[in-house]
Design a protein around this ligand. Sequence first.
Ligand SMILES: Cc1ncc(COP(=O)(O)O)c(C=O)c1O
Length: 444
Amino acid sequence: MFSKLTTPVLDRSKQIEYITKLMLCRRYSMNFEEPKGPCMKTEIPGPKSKELMKQLDNIYRSIINRPALGVYPGTDWPKRMENILKQVSPKLPKITPMMCGACSNENAIKTAFIAYRSRERNNKDFTDAEKKSSILNQPPGCPDLSILSFKGAFHGRTIATLSCTHSMAIHKLDIPSFSQWPIATFPMYKYPLEDNRRENEKIDEKCLEEVEDLMVKHKRHFPIAGIIIEPIQSEGGDNHASPEFFQNLQKLCKKYGAALIIDEVQTGCGPTGKFWCHEHFNLPYPPDIMTFSKKMQMAGFFHSDEITVKLPSRIFNTWMGDPGKTILLEAIIDVINTQNLLDQVNKSGRRLYDGLQQLQNEFPDMLHSLRGKGTFIAINAKGTDLRNQIIMQLKRNGVQSGSCGTEAIRLRPALIFKEHHADIYLDIMRKVIRELSKERKRKY
Ligand SMILES: Cc1ncc(COP(=O)(O)O)c(C=O)c1O
């Protein structure tokens, strides 16, 4: 059939359209069983083709024509958002689409501030003094509020998120910050967890005391309107905290009227073996706000009814999301469900974890502090130099792997990563560690 098609001379845009159609034809033709002979059942184009063309038209429109969703949402937009809320919302009733991780956090922070002030003024209208002072960056219109973040955190590189980011100097140098915003200590556990339970509980207690202290101290000047936290501090070194730590943090937020903002930009959409990492923590209530991006393709945040901003134009930008990315997300959610990818992540994660555990036991002078959920796993090398050597040798052996914090090698495979992929990785990792161990023994 395709051999009869000849490529006509077309301009570039027509060529792209022609190739796309040809690829679609091929794709569809591969999925059909070969008929015994020609057989016409309907007029041309038939009802199925018409329906498909309607659907494709919708998809092409979403990709070619980018609507300014804040002002002109398409007629299908509410349904698409409802569909995503229904399928993957962490029990929060509202979604606000955004453009990237930092942009989602930035607007989550603004939402927390607006909710805090609206509550303080009993949802009344703004005063004239507020309106006038706000134009000149002064209180009461621009109030002295703050967001509490944690040492080692990464929440993005925009101005407000950068004040909550504390992983690497290079992100922050030369940029003015909100210097009054408090920074608390994130729990840094001793591993293995089973052997250090009591000590790690004490670390939790100390960190929570520090948070409460900061909340009390800031009550008069720069009250804390929200706490932003990653469920696993990712760029900062794959630092984990216990479910009890998160449960108690939520209690403190409720006690002092601060919004709990959970940043699932890196952990969200399945890599920890649950769709959202914070589902591992059994929180009694959903967080007030949960941000997402990366694996989700589209970015944004889910939020509670109470915190929803009532007036237009306050949490806003031209695009307010991207329908093309939403179509991708719908397909991704479908694949995750139909192929049971969360189960797969747990199985592959177990294989990776067990293999790395064995390696850590064999080479305790090189590797330590294995930790992880699902395939979101990290292991520390003894020192930054050794970590960098391991990553370089992995690369030379064909394995791309990343680093985070000062000593961690982090694993971030795709959701389709299977057990046999884990075996390939573990074999190469073993070879690299064995060679480096020999080299170290020769040197010292
Ligand atoms: C936890 C977390 N929050 C926010 C961001 C910022 O996301 P983006 O790069 O899309 O602005 C990142 C990016 O790595 C991240 O890991």
